[in-house]
Design a protein around this ligand. Structure first.
Ligand SMILES: CC(C)(COP(=O)(O)OP(=O)(O)OC[C@H]1O[C@@H](n2cnc3c(N)ncnc32)[C@H](O)[C@@H]1OP(=O)(O)O)[C@@H](O)C(=O)NCCC(=O)NCCS
Length: 219
């Protein structure tokens, strides 16, 4: 399921039950100093997933501390993203030179609360959802939120410029469970291609965004 969110040159790993109690390294520990148990377990599972994915890229024995922005510090030549949500945790990583950034997000299944919608949607996105069958609106808002979180992770990791969700416009291609990003702050879109994919399980909505050099456009 997870690998369907990304092109073939992105590797993914999902947490197994044991990973939530995985050890973290001394360099990683400061990020969760004094944190509650749930946060510690989320953090440990994320690192364990990332290490599993890195092993698939032939990289072992690395610490993955968080930088000042909260973004994991990946080994040189690797880009990646982590997500944890309600017992689900996963990592998506790539060492392919044309892949510039990836973003992964997971949200609990179910409609997005109405009071959050106004904070995430452009008028165009609202109009698009309004054109879908009424009983799917809440679900589309949730997918939109998840898509924007995954896009935020991918874009921010590359540009290091924070932005509101209004500044990022998602266009759904629902027949293929894909979305494109019509507008993303500070992203040099002439040189970079952005493609997003989403999926739904019984318990979660998932979204993945890949940003790649345009000269390898088939992402
Ligand atoms: C940073 C953010 C994307 C995290 O998402 P989340 O759903 O809260 O949490 P997730 O479990 O999905 O992801 C957390 C992981 O994302 C990564 N992360 C944290 N900050 C990040 C950032 N600025 N950019 C990219 N990745 C980030 C980390 O790996 C983190 O896990 P870790 O601390 O265990 O390493 C989110 O909190 C955020 O700031 N979103 C954008 C702000 C916004 O405008 N929100 C609108 C809400 S209405």
């Amino acid at each position: 399921m997870l690998n369907r969110l990304f092109p073939d040159d992105v590797v993914t790993a999902t947490a197994t039950p044991r990973m939530w109690d995985a050890p973290i390294s001394p360099r990683e520990a400061p990020a969760i100093a004094g944190a509650a148990r749930k946060r510690r377990r989320d953090y440990a599972a994320g690192r364990a997933c990332a290490r599993l994915a890195l092993r698939r890229l032939g990289i072992t024995g690395v610490s993955l501390p968080s930088d000042a922005d909260g973004v994991p510090v990946w080994p040189r030549g690797v880009v990646g993203s982590l997500a944890h949500c309600n017992g689900f945790c996963a990592a998506a990583l790539s060492s392919a030179p044309h892949i510039r950034s990836v973003g992964l997000d997971a949200e609990p299944a179910g409609p997005l609360p109405k009071d959050v919608r106004q904070f995430i949607c452009s008028q165009r996105e609202t109009d698009w959802i309004a054109g879908q069958p009424p009983d799917t609106h809440g679900n589309w808002y949730k997918i939109l939120f998840c898509a924007k979180e995954s896009a935020f992770k991918a874009v921010f990791s590359l540009t290091r410029r924070p932005f509101d969700f209004w500044g990022l416009e998602v266009e759904f291609l629902p027949d293929s469970n894909r979305f494109s990003i019509g507008r993303a702050p500070a992203l040099p879109s002439a040189r970079l291609g952005v493609i997003g994919r989403f999926a739904q399980t019984g318990t979660h909505v998932l979204a993945g965004v890949t940003i790649a050099n345009r000269n390898r456009d088939e992402i």
